[in-house]
Design a protein around this ligand. Structure first.
Ligand SMILES: Cc1cc2nc3c(=O)[nH]c(=O)nc-3n(C[C@H](O)[C@H](O)[C@H](O)COP(=O)(O)OP(=O)(O)OC[C@H]3O[C@@H](n4cnc5c(N)ncnc54)[C@H](O)[C@@H]3O)c2cc1C
Length: 418
């Protein structure tokens, strides 16, 4: 397998032959197709359907579906590399692709690392085969709507959306906000709390159900006119007595909660999009200062010491983001050590805040002509601001977790100060 003729957004790591081949595929797609279309989704706040057709044709919707089920069999680290490469060319495509891919990765490689009874395991293996087939054979797209505007998406309260057991399936009721891929997905992978008929909703009773877009009682509503990531089309969803069959259970009862405790890296999968965005801001600045942006006057600005210093600053920050990111994806797995968990938080924070830092510096360095709407930098600046807002690991909540988990071991607490 030949070496890559470009440096991937994730850096120049010792890739496997399969990773090199997948990275080449998405780099080419991104460069030749996604980059040129990105302004259009942003301008009209519309979903990148064309990009999804390309992803489907290339087999990439099934990136994390195991090979035994007809997918590409990519593991966690490989997805994280691919997500970053897509994010380099179109933020909204990368972010929504993450939601779709997680539906296959959580039920696939992540679920394999979560303890289950024999009965749960065989139920899960049978049901996920159905979901994998939908992706592989029908090119189905899955969304991942968790957020409700309550403390639930932060992991601090049970989800308010409920599912009540009925003959042959579940009745879902509730509301989700910020559902990326709304109107584009064929299935919505909803997190909800099992309604056991008492007044004691419990996060341990979280269910993960796929609601088909065609379900009776399911509706999409609300405006979508945000600052950035406009192509994600993250509108509201309502569920009114929506019936879904037992087979729509993406994980057995109680397993999502266990998974969230076991596999913290499952919440790190939004970061690659933003590592890609940081790389795009950096790449653009190099091109701009060298006077090599296609369609722009070939004016060089690289001879000014201030520009050179800014470039060095951007590279230092990007290198530290990439190093943390690479370490975090290489060691991601069930039950990480405390040090690995801290590194994961640090990687999340560095990438989510760093992407916008780099975009900000890129705009200052390129100057006024560089921030015009026909160029990508101002979009990257807006898109990159959104990473820190994503629950459950917003920049604030990561600081909160890191500080607390550094100073307290499990079970430790202090009496309230006098
Ligand atoms: C472009 C985009 C796409 C998105 N796509 C999806 C999607 O596909 N699926 C999905 O489920 N969600 C999605 N989200 C939603 C996202 O994950 C958050 O749920 C949402 O941004 C939270 O909204 P908020 O900041 O108004 O929440 P609020 O709950 O009002 O929180 C505000 C801030 O307060 C802090 N905070 C929140 N809870 C606590 C707490 N318990 N303790 C301390 N501090 C807290 C956090 O730092 C948070 O940023 C998307 C968001 C964006 C911007």
């Amino acid at each position: 397998m030949p070496q890559l003729n470009f440096t991937p957004a994730v850096g120049d790591l010792p890739f496997t032959a399969k990773q090199r081949s997948l990275l080449s595929l998405v780099h080419e797609l991104g460069k030749t197709k996604f980059a040129g279309r990105a302004a259009q989704w942003d301008e009209t706040a519309s979903f990148p359907f064309e990009n999804y057709r390309d992803l489907r044709d290339a087999g990439l919707l099934a990136l994390c579906v195991p090979e035994a089920h007809g997918g590409l069999g990519a593991d966690y680290a490989t997805y994280m590399m691919i997500g970053a490469e897509i994010g380099r060319f179109c933020g909204a495509t990368a972010l929504t692709y993450n939601m779709h891919i997680c539906s296959t990765m959580w039920t696939g490689v992540l679920a394999d690392g979560i303890a289950m009874t024999e009965e749960q395991r065989s139920e899960h293996v049978r049901r996920r085969a159905l979901h994998f087939q939908r992706v592989v054979k029908d090119g189905a797209i899955y969304a991942q709507p968790f957020s409700e505007g309550s403390a639930a998406a932060a992991g601090r309260a049970p989800f308010g959306t409920t599912a009540r057991k009925v003959e042959g399936g579940w009745l879902v009721n509730g509301r989700k906000i910020f559902a990326s891929l709304s109107g584009a997905a064929n299935y919505y992978g909803v997190l909800c709390t099992e309604d056991k008929g008492d007044d004691k909703p419990d996060a341990r009773d979280t269910l993960y159900l796929a609601v088909p877009a065609t379900s009776e009682g399911f509706a999409i509503s609300g405006e979508w006119n945000p600052l950035g990531m406009r192509g994600t089309v993250s509108r509201n969803l309502t569920f009114k007595d929506v019936f879904v069959s037992d087979d729509e259970q993406l994980m057995p009862r109680g397993i999502y909660y266990k998974g969230a405790q076991t596999w913290p890296a499952m919440f790190f999968t939004l970061a690659p999009t933003y590592l890609g965005q940081a790389t795009a801001a950096y790449d653009f600045t190099v091109q701009y200062l060298r006077g090599e942006v296609p369609g722009e006057p070939p004016i060089k600005r690289r001879m000014y010491a201030t520009k050179q210093i800014a470039m060095a600053q951007m590279r230092i920050q990007l290198e530290s983001m990439k190093s943390l990111f690479a370490r975090a994806i290489q060691e991601a797995g069930p039950n990480p050590t405390k040090d690995a968990r801290m590194r994961l938080y640090a990687a999340q924070y560095s990438v989510m805040e760093g992407a916008n830092d780099i975009a900000r510096l890129a705009i200052r360095t390129c100057g006024g002509q560089g921030m015009m709407r026909h160029l990508p930098l101002e979009r990257i600046y807006r898109d990159s601001r959104c990473g820190s807002l994503m629950l459950p690991w917003t920049a604030e909540l990561v600081l909160d977790r890191m500080g607390r988990e550094t100073l307290y071991e499990a079970g430790e607490r202090d009496d309230a100060p006098a």
